[in-house]
Design a protein around this ligand. Structure first.
Ligand SMILES: CC(C)(COP(=O)(O)OP(=O)(O)OC[C@H]1O[C@@H](n2cnc3c(N)ncnc32)[C@H](O)[C@@H]1OP(=O)(O)O)[C@@H](O)C(=O)NCCC(=O)NCCS
Length: 163
């Protein structure tokens, strides 16, 4: 497995893996699944400060993806970056999320960000373990922040200073 920059040709694989995360209801308050075309436009719109990386198997299959996302458009927030990590259902628990997050952090430092932040479900055990292992600490919890399938969901906000 190796990590590389995503290209337009990865749009369908990225959409498929993202949709699994959306459908699992474990990862995100997003409920609208994506098409390869929508993800292709999403990829094309990203600048150098907001890269998308994929984990690729030796046979070329995309196993997971990660992205550095704009946190807030106000210039004062330019040194903060949000991120996403999604691993295909069949590939979870094999260190791919760990490798993607390591690569995202290397990129974030190289770009010059001061801090990485995330919002997640505190019930997402794999995610919590991953983020804690990478040194993210809890900034706080939004209680009953989302209504997902008629059920209130808490959202945990975590951060890691890079300098
Ligand atoms: C969360 C996710 C990115 C983690 O990636 P992964 O490749 O499955 O995780 P890794 O194999 O790299 O493991 C990372 C850590 O989590 C632990 N872990 C993995 N799966 C776990 C599970 N189901 N329950 C508890 N801990 C788990 C691992 O043991 C490891 O900790 P360790 O190094 O101390 O042993 C991945 O499971 C995923 O894509 N899930 C669905 C989408 C999602 O939740 N994305 C995050 C949105 S906030």
């Amino acid at each position: 497995m190796h990590i590389r920059e995503a290209t337009a040709g990865d749009a369908a694989a990225i959409a498929g893996i993202y949709n699994q995360g959306i459908e699992d209801r474990l990862a995100t308050l997003e409920t609208q699944t994506r098409t390869p075309e929508e993800r292709a436009a999403w990829l094309a719109a990203r600048g150098p400060r907001h890269p998308v990386l994929v984990a690729e198997a030796p046979d070329g299959a995309v196993l997971g993806w990660g992205s550095l996302n704009a946190f807030n458009p106000r210039p004062a927030y330019d040194h903060v970056v949000d991120f996403s990590v999604y691993v295909g259902r069949e590939q979870r628990g094999r260190g791919i999320g760990d490798a993607l997050l390591t690569a995202l952090e290397v990129r974030a430092r190289a770009i010059g960000y001061h801090k990485m932040v995330l919002a997640a479900f505190p019930t997402n055990r794999a995610g919590m373990r991953l983020y804690e292992r990478h040194g993210f600490t809890t900034a706080g919890i939004y209680h009953e922040q989302g209504l997902l399938d008629g059920r209130w969901v808490d959202v945990i906000v975590m951060e890691k200073l890079l300098t």
